[in-house]
Design a protein around this ligand. Structure first.
Ligand SMILES: Cc1cc2nc3c(=O)[nH]c(=O)nc-3n(C[C@H](O)[C@H](O)[C@H](O)COP(=O)(O)OP(=O)(O)OC[C@H]3O[C@@H](n4cnc5c(N)ncnc54)[C@H](O)[C@@H]3O)c2cc1C
Length: 422
């Protein structure tokens, strides 16, 4: 198996469609075709576990980027603790070892009646089942003045890659004594502890290189996940450096002035030296275009199979899915990808249908030697997914427990990315 570039793929697929590319046989006929859209956490997991679960499946993964940079651990890059390269992974092993047809292209259309997928490069892919895992998109209409162009000056850095690099450059260029202003989004959003881990690790960077700098968080919310643990960490490691203002205090962020690098709330204007605007979020654009999204902005799914409730034969995993109480995290997306892969394999090949096991574990760094953890298991109900057990770190844990959590976090990153791409 090999990876096809968009150009090679278009030539090969031509008008005849892609089936001609892989005419493999199984159970007396052609293999059942599963097309996975999006090579991030949810998509890579689904593709790999589909390919591993049955030789009777022909698995294709469509992803526009040659290499994927993880959002998880990108806050360490912002703090100068990891290189971006160390967070970047390719699809070679998925193609070579697992026999997945990796197509470098973007999906533009999904027709759930004809069961075909249209590619930006011009080809068409027929499917028996599709998995849609496009991640998030931003509600650019939520804050006046903030759009894609504004994000080039006041980055969100909430999809890792160029945006993350831009924010790091701005932090490096900021004068000592400057203000780093973050706008934190309303629920639900990708990675609930993420904005506060980012503030912690940028404070760590400032403490080394710009000790007079300040961090101001203008939050859309009135409270946030693991708030007591974060605020305790800020007090111990960075006293006086981080100020968090809840939505009920500011009345919420109303507008952005890119030219003056300022943020307007109900009653005040806040000036920034570096501004990180993380807007409200919804399912990735393709999910919207394919009719997979309901009025919440996310994709309703069957909790046992992750099949869309709106388009039969299409499954949605990862942040785009509306998965009950599950957090929008990499760990959760990976867990969903596995459940989805086994459910599709069972439906298409008659293999055993496993009961779903859904989990989320998160390691969050307050400082390079101080990490906290959360571990959650979920149970599925006919219409939703609920938390069945939860562990979260507590204020007052001893220093060795926190150092151990940092070692576990590093081990987790290596093992987890191996599970996705290795
Ligand atoms: C700062 C930060 C820190 C985080 N830290 C953690 C952490 O410590 N632990 C944790 O568990 N989670 C963490 N997360 C969350 C985690 O990164 C996401 O929840 C996870 O990436 C979601 O996976 P996904 O597959 O839904 O989306 P993504 O990983 O974003 O993948 C989506 C993919 O779909 C592709 N795509 C989009 N549209 C199309 C299209 N039309 N055609 C083809 N492909 C398409 C994109 O190119 C992309 O590769 C963090 C997030 C942030 C922002």
């Amino acid at each position: 198996m090999k990876c096809w570039t968009r150009r090679q793929f278009s030539c090969l697929a031509g008008a005849t469609g892609v089936t001609a590319l892989c005419p493999k046989k199984a159970r007396g006929g052609t293999k059942a075709r599963v097309v996975v859209i999006g090579g991030g956490v949810g998509g890579a997991t689904s593709a790999k576990y589909l390919a591993m679960s049955s030789s009777a499946l022909d698995v294709t993964l469509v992803e526009p980027k040659a290499r994927y940079t993880t959002c998880f651990f990108s806050n360490l890059y912002l703090a100068g603790l990891r290189s971006l390269e160390s967070l970047t992974h390719d699809y070679d092993i998925l193609a070579q070892r697992y026999g997945i047809n990796v197509i470098r292209d973007a999906v533009t259309t999904l027709d759930p009646v004809a069961r075909t997928i249209g590619l930006e490069g011009g080809g068409t892919l027929p499917y028996d089942r599709a998995v849609v895992a496009p991640g998030i998109s931003f509600r650019y209409d939520a804050i006046e003045g903030y759009d894609e162009a504004a994000a080039q000056i006041m980055p969100h850095a909430w999809i890792a890659g160029v945006q993350t690099k831009l924010l790091r450059q701005q932090l490096e260029g900021m004068k000592d004594g400057g203000v780093f202003l973050m706008v934190a989004p309303p629920d639900p959003f990708r990675c609930p502890p993420g904005p506060y881990e980012r503030a912690s690790l940028i404070a760590y960077y400032f403490k080394q290189y710009k000790p007079r700098a300040k961090i101001l968080i203008l939050d859309a919310k009135d409270s946030f996940f693991e708030q007591d643990v974060f605020q305790d960490g800020w007090y111990r490691h960075y006293p006086g450096m981080i100020e968090w203002l809840p939505g009920q205090f500011t009345g919420g962020v109303k507008a952005i002035d890119v030219k003056n690098r300022s943020v307007k709330t109900s009653g005040e204007i806040f000036k920034a030296d570096v501004a990180n605007i993380i807007p409200a979020q919804m399912a990735g654009e393709l999910a919207q275009r394919a009719g997979l999204v309901d009025q919440s902005g996310w994709c309703p799914i069957d909790p046992k199979t992750f099949e869309s409730k709106l388009q039969p034969g299409v499954h949605v995993v990862g942040d785009a899915a509306r998965a009950g109480n599950m957090a929008k995290s990499a760990f959760a997306s990976n867990s969903q990808g596995k459940v989805c892969a086994f459910a599709i394999a069972a439906a298409l090949t008659g293999s055993e249908q496993f009961a779903p096991h859904l989990f989320n574990t998160c390691f969050t760094l307050l400082a390079p030697d101080d990490a906290v953890t959360s571990a959650i298991s979920y149970r599925t109900e006919p219409e939703t997914i609920k938390i069945s057990d939860i562990f979260v770190s507590k204020v007052g844990e001893n220093a060795e427990t926190r150092r151990k959590a940092v070692r576990e976090a590093n081990g987790w990153y290596a093992a987890f990315t191996h599970d996705l791409f290795g």
